[in-house]
Ligand binder design. Structure first.
Ligand SMILES: Cc1ncc(COP(=O)(O)O)c(C=O)c1O
Length: 380
């Protein structure tokens, strides 16, 4: 059940919903939904006409698909067209569809420490999977040498990684893309946190020569970088053949995606606006990552965080588990995500992630820092 386990426990103990005013939602993965310093304003309204009230197209409205393709062509030189894009109701439905349509004799390769819902989806769909070591022993930084070599393997990797923040970019990402672009291999690069990096953002799409010849899927969403989780817009970029499958899936199971949301997000992707958003997100969250990093280290936590995302990935002192820490934090209307929920083998508190925690600074305004540190200090 992942993060919902923590949310339900929080509601039970505090009688509040995490994220309500006055709570400290360090377990949650949403960004600020207000204008960032130096960032573009977020539109307050959109105009809807009679056509917009009609059913949407199964694979997404053409202007949004074109805006997404244009975005990747402009920022990464991607060799794709709107026909390589399928629109979904957020990032997760696209990820679910990729794993649901995987042929039965393929296996999934996944890092041992990953985004909690991947585990649930693999379990629900009964997907055969192999773990790539990602634990304190290798500092949560596996290399391609740690990956399985068998044919018919699909990698799934969040990049930047949720929860670790470890980010594949440049030659390392290029090598990974080349490996998984080969016949009988495939990969899903989940780039939900693309904008949230200390160095310039990178995308697997920069390194794909001809996506139509691969089984590589790149997933993106308006959820984090564009700051609109409530709009529920995500997308998958893939070969035209795979996009056709998604179109069929949408027409039989999803019914397309809200036209109003698609109109809103098309506006957010306007080139100069999105360039400004990328810069503002990177600057604001890099400064938050540094401040909270220093603060957490000062409290005696051992940090393993990479340079991307909006989380710190830390080991609690003296074998304290994430759940035990949460019981203390909840007295202050605060909670973190216990590390065990990012364990893709779900080995519980006795597993390698038992005393790890994911601390989210995604929803935190700059002003909450002192108060946050005071609560953490008291509970440690
Ligand atoms: C790694 C990762 N991928 C995808 C998503 C997609 O989120 P959503 O389905 O809310 O768009 C998230 C959100 O938490 C995420 O952390």
């Amino acid at each position: 059940m992942g993060v919902y386990e923590t949310l339900f426990r929080f509601a039970e103990v505090t009688h509040k919903y995490m994220g309500d005013p006055g709570t400290h939602p360090w377990a949650q993965g949403f960004p600020l939904t207000t204008q960032l310093p130096g960032g573009p304003p977020l539109p307050e309204s959109i105009a809807i006409n009679a056509t917009d009230r009609m059913y949407p197209k199964a694979d997404g409205q053409p202007p949004l698909r074109e805006a997404i393709a244009d975005y990747y062509r402009h920022f990464y030189g991607a060799r794709i067209s709107a026909d390589n894009v399928a629109v979904f109701a957020g990032g997760r439905p696209g990820i679910f569809a990729v794993l649901a349509f995987l042929l039965e004799d393929w296996q999934v390769a996944i890092e041992e420490t990953e985004y909690t819902p991947y585990w649930d989806v693999l379990k629900l769909l009964r997907r055969n999977h192999v773990l790539i070591p990602s634990n304190p022993g290798n500092q949560f930084r596996p290399t391609l040498d740690d990956h399985p070599r068998e044919a018919r393997t699909l990698l799934i990797r969040s990049n930047p990684c949720n929860p670790t923040g470890v980010t594949l970019r440049g030659p390392e990402l290029e090598q990974m893309v080349a490996h998984y672009s080969a016949p009988e291999r495939g990969a899903l690069f989940d780039e939900a946190y693309e904008f949230f990096t200390e160095q310039a953002p990178d995308s697997a799409l920069r390194y794909i020569r001809d996506i139509d010849e691969t089984n590589v899927f790149v997933s993106g969403a308006a959820t984090k970088g564009l700051q609109v989780p409530g709009m529920r817009i995500g997308w998958i970029v893939a070969s035209k053949k795979h996009v056709e499958l998604f179109r069929n899936y949408s027409s039989l199971a999803m019914g397309g995606v809200s036209r109003a949301s698609q109109l809103y997000v098309t506006e957010l992707l306007e080139r100069t606006r999105v360039a400004q958003a990328r810069k503002a997100v990177a600057e604001f969250y890099t400064s938050q990552r540094k401040r909270y990093g220093e603060g957490l280290r000062g409290l005696g936590l051992e940090l393993f965080s990479g340079t991307g995302g909006f989380y710190h990935w830390a080991r609690l002192p003296k074998g304290l588990t994430g759940d035990a820490f949460n019981e203390r934090l909840m007295k202050h209307d605060a909670a973190i995500l216990p590390g065990r929920l990012c364990d893709m083998a779900r080995r519980g508190d006795r597993g390698p992630l038992g005393s790890m925690m994911r601390f989210s600074f995604g929803p935190l305004p700059a002003e909450s820092f002192e108060r946050d540190l005071a609560i953490l200090k008291q509970c440690l």
